[in-house]
Write a protein that binds this ligand. Structure first.
Ligand code: CP
Length: 309
């Protein structure tokens, strides 16, 4: 089965076959990123608009690079420099940009559900680049692509996600997607940052750091999402690092694990510098996978899946 949807809003919607189709397409695009001339004409004549109402380094840059490598015209919209500040509504903004014959919106917004709302109000394709604490589907796809690259498979792997699970759209997208592909998911973090119940999703909540890390094939740490927390959920950053940070002693419990982080990392808090830069860390390969995944998503939505040239 291929991917025939207009939009990519969340991993919650996708079947195993649709996820595998996007991952297979991304694997084919990897090679283009290593050519001398990193460009194919696939999206020539299409216009991709990056509509970012929240800050971003990796996602916005890689969507722009992905669009350019597919020969699309890419436009970056920055909320702080737009007429949003003069009171224009979200949908009016979208309709005005759509009136310029744009084809794909890549949207990041602080409100959960804002991207779906846009998708329901435009004929253009819409990609969720992160909406509030809801979902970040292309991050989940690039996480799985990176795991497959380093472990050779997804089925049957033990993946531990550690940190601020409740406020993380990355965790939420992976919780929807990974078990669908046969991954055993474990979660650990402060009780104030963990979901109360994950049984319906087939995800295990661990009681301590050792239980989460021991025997894991992949350890993914997350930063504290302060911008989405209404109140202080931990006594101090120092104590968080002591009880929930990934360091060399803890990583020794799983010598074969790869270490992941969606970024931005806070060195010395959720992950020590020593671990962020060690041989087991695939944090930068995750960023590399992001370009291939975003090429695959733009290509799939923008072309109806013509062949890769
Ligand atoms: N992982 C991620 O979404 O990073 P940015 O916020 O820099 O885009």
């Amino acid at each position: 089965m291929s991917y025939s949807r207009k939009d990519l809003i969340g991993m919650i919607d996708l079947s195993k076959e649709e996820i595998l189709h996007l991952l297979d397409t991304a694997e084919k695009f990897r090679e283009i990123n290593h050519r001398d001339v990193k460009k194919v004409p696939t999206l020539k004549g299409k216009t991709v608009v990056n509509l970012f109402f929240e800050n971003s380094t990796r996602t916005r840059t890689s969507f722009e690079i992905a669009g350019k490598r597919l020969s699309a015209d890419t436009v970056n919209f920055s909320a702080s420099a737009s007429s949003t500040a003069k009171g224009e509504t979200l949908i009016d903004t979208v309709h005005n940009i759509e009136a310029m014959s744009t084809d794909i919106f890549v949207v990041r917004h602080a409100y959960s559900g804002a991207v779906k709302f846009i998708a329901e109000n435009t004929k253009a394709s819409v990609v969720n680049a992160g909406d509030g604490l809801n979902e970040h589907p292309t991050q989940s796809l690039l996480d799985m692509l990176t795991i497959k690259q380093h472990k050779g498979r997804l089925e049957g792997l033990n993946v531990a996600i550690i940190g601020d699970i409740t406020h993380s759209r990355v965790a939420r997208s992976n919780i929807w997607a990974m078990p669908r592909l046969g991954i055993n998911l474990r979660l650990f973090g402060p009780k104030t940052m963990l979901p109360l119940c994950t049984d319906p999703f087939g995800v295990k909540i661990c009681g301590n750091m050792e239980e989460a890390v021991e025997g894991a094939d992949v350890i993914m740490t997350l930063r504290i999402q302060r911008e989405r927390q209404g109140k202080l959920l931990i006594p101090s950053v120092k104590e968080y690092a002591r009880y929930f940070g990934l360091n060399a002693a803890r990583l020794r419990l799983s010598n074969n694990a790869i270490v992941m982080h969606p970024g931005p990392i806070n060195r010395g808090v959720e992950i020590s510098s020593e671990i962020a830069d060690c041989g087991q860390s695939v944090i930068l390969p995750q960023v590399e996978s992001g370009v291939a995944v975003r090429m695959a998503v733009l290509y799939t939505l923008g072309t109806g899946q013509r062949g890769i040239e």
